[in-house]
Design a protein around this ligand. Structure first.
Ligand code: PMP
Length: 414
C-alpha cells in the first residue's frame, strides 16, 4: 500500500518524529541480517560472530559517549529506555529500604516519562513536576527546593521534542552532586532523555555529568526498534522485564544484532558531522522563522530559538487548528506535526505548549490557559532539508493560513 503519491515532490519536515534511514546504513543492516545468523548467547561459531558484532556496536556507542562499554544497555527504543531508567531505579530503591521513593521530572517530558511516573504514583511513588518558563526551561533553584532525602531520581530531558528547548543538563548535574553531598547519599540519580539530542548536541556523559541517558536510533537516521540506555557503573537498577541474563541481567531477550550494528554506525556518523550539520540546519530554521513571522500575521514562536535544538521550529498560528494545518500542508506535499495549545474539537492540547503558556499567562496576571485558538505547527528539519524547501514551505503557509482563517470565520458565521 502506498501511503501517499510517491510521484509528488515531498518536503519532509518531521525529523523529530522519525528520521529517514541513512541509505548507507540500510545496506549495513541488510548485510548484518544476512551475516549474523546466530544467537549472541550461543557458544558456537555463529553465536560468537554475532556476539562480536553486538559488542562492537556497543563499544562504538560507548566511545561516542565517553562511557565504558558495559554501561550501554540496548533497548527497543527511547520509550523503553525511559521506562527502564525510572521504574528500574525506583524498584531498586524500594528493595534497598526506601519505602516511599520520590522522583522529580519536568512538566514537559515525553509521555514515555510522564506516563511512566504517573503509573508509579498510583503504586506509592511520590512525584514532583518541575515547571518551566516561557522558553521551556527549568530553573535549577526550583529543582533544589524539591529535592528531599527520599529523592532517588531526577529525570529531565536534554532537548524537548515539541519546541526544541535545551535544558541546562550540566547545571542540573551540578545541583544533583550538591544534593548528594548534603544528603550523604548515592541518591538522587540524574537521568536525561537525549532522544532528540543525538544529531546536534554534546553527548559526552563525562562532560554532562549524567548517571543515565536515553538514546534512540530512529531519531538519528538509524533503523527503528532499537535504542539504548547509558547506565553509569554503580547505579542501582532493578530489571523491569524478566526472562534471561542478556545485557548483563538488565534487559532480557535475544539481542537484535543487525539493527544494533546499524544504530552504532549512524550514531558514530552523527557525531562526526554534528557541528557542521547543526550550523547548516540552524540557518535554514532561522530563515523559515523569519519568513513565517514576516509574511503571516498572528504567528509566534513557541519557545526560544536562542536556546533550542537547531532543527526544531514550533509556531502558533492564531485562528487555525493544528490538525487541519497538518492535513493542508500534507496535501501541498509538506510533512509536519502539530498540536494545539487548547482543546478544540478532537484535538488534545499539547502539555508542552500549555506548560510554557501557562507561566507566560500567569505572569501577566491572566487566567492560566486562554481560550484563544492557536494551533501549533512543528517544523523539524533534517539532513535532506534545502534552502528551496524553506522558500516553498513559507510560500504555501502564506497561502494556506489565510484560507483556513477565512474558512473558519465563515463556519463561525453560519
Ligand atoms: N523521548 C523523546 C524526547 C522523544 O522525542 C521520543 C520520540 N518522539 C521518545 C522519547 C520515544 O522514542 P521511541 O520512539 O524511540 O520509543
Amino acid at each position: 500500500m502506498r501511503g501517499y503519491d510517491e510521484q509528488m515532490k515531498r518536503i519532509y519536515l518531521d525529523h523529530a518524529s522519525a528520521t529517514p534511514v541513512d541509505s548507507g546504513v540500510s545496506r549495513v543492516v541488510a548485510e548484518a541480517l544476512r551475516k549474523y545468523t546466530g544467537n549472541p548467547s550461543a557458544l558456537h561459531a555463529e553465536g560468537k560472530a554475532a556476539r562480536v558484532a553486538l559488542e562492537g556496536a556497543r563499544t562504538k556507542i560507548a566511545t561516542v559517549l565517553a562511557a565504558h562499554f558495559d554501561e550501554i544497555v540496548f533497548t527497543s527504543g527511547a520509550t523503553e529506555a525511559n521506562n527502564m531508567a525510572i521504574s528500574g531505579v525506583v524498584q531498586a530503591a524500594r528493595a534497598r529500604g526506601i519505602e516511599r521513593p520520590h522522583v522529580v521530572v519536568s512538566a514537559i517530558e515525553h509521555p514515555s516519562v510522564l506516563e511512566c511516573v504517573r503509573a508509579m504514583e498510583a503504586e506509592g511513588t511520590r512525584v514532583d513536576y518541575l515547571v518551566v518558563d516561557a522558553r521551556g526551561l527549568i530553573d535549577t533553584k526550583e529543582l533544589r527546593k524539591l529535592i528531599t532525602p527520599e529523592t532517588v531520581l531526577v529525570s529531565i530531558m536534554y532537548a524537548n521534542n515539541e519546541i526544541g528547548a535545551i535544558e541546562p543538563v550540566r547545571e542540573i548535574a551540578k545541583e544533583i552532586r550538591h544534593a548528594r553531598k548534603v544528603n550523604q547519599s548515592a541518591y538522587p540519580y540524574f537521568h536525561t532523555d537525549a532522544a532528540q539530542a543525538g544529531n546536534y548536541l554534546d553527548v559526552n556523559v563525562l562532560r554532562l555529568g549524567v548517571d543515565m541517558m536515553t538514546l534512540s536510533s530512529g531519531k538519528t537516521y538509524g533503523p527503528r526498534g532499537i535504542g539504548a540506555l547509558f547506565i553509569k557503573r554503580g547505579v542501582h537498577m532493578a530489571p523491569i522485564m524478566h526472562g534471561g541474563e542478556h545485557e548483563r541481567g538488565r534487559r532480557p531477550g535475544t539481542e537484535p544484532v543487525a539493527i544494533a550494528v546499524g544504530f552504532a554506525e549512524v550514531f558514530a556518523h552523527a557525531e562526526k558531522i554534528k557541528a557542521k550539520e547543526s550550523a547548516r540546519v540552524a540557518k535554514l530554521r532561522d530563515m523559515l522563522a523569519e519568513k513565517i513571522l514576516k509574511k503571516i500575521l498572528g504567528t509566534s514562536v513557541n519557545g526560544d530559538l536562542a536556546n533550542s535544538l537547531p532543527n526544531i521550529l514550533n509556531i502558533s498560528f492564531e485562528g487555525v487548528e493544528s490538525e487541519t494545518l497538518v492535513l493542508y500542508l500534507d496535501a501541498a506535499g509538506i510533512a509536519v506535526s502539530g498540536k494545539s495549545a487548547c482543546k478544540s474539537s478532537s484535538e488534545e492540547p499539547s502539555h508542552v505548549i500549555l506548560a510554557i503558556g501557562r507561566v507566560r499567562e500567569e505572569r501577566a496576571g491572566l487566567p492560566a490557559v486562554t481560550s484563544a485558538q492557536a494551533g501549533a505547527g512543528r517544523f523539524s528539519l533534517g539532513r535532506g532539508t534545502k534552502r528551496e524547501d524553506i522558500a516553498y514551505v513559507a510560500k504555501e503557509l502564506a497561502r494556506i493560513i489565510p484560507f483556513l482563517r477565512e474558512a473558519r470565520a465563515q463556519s463561525d458565521v453560519t
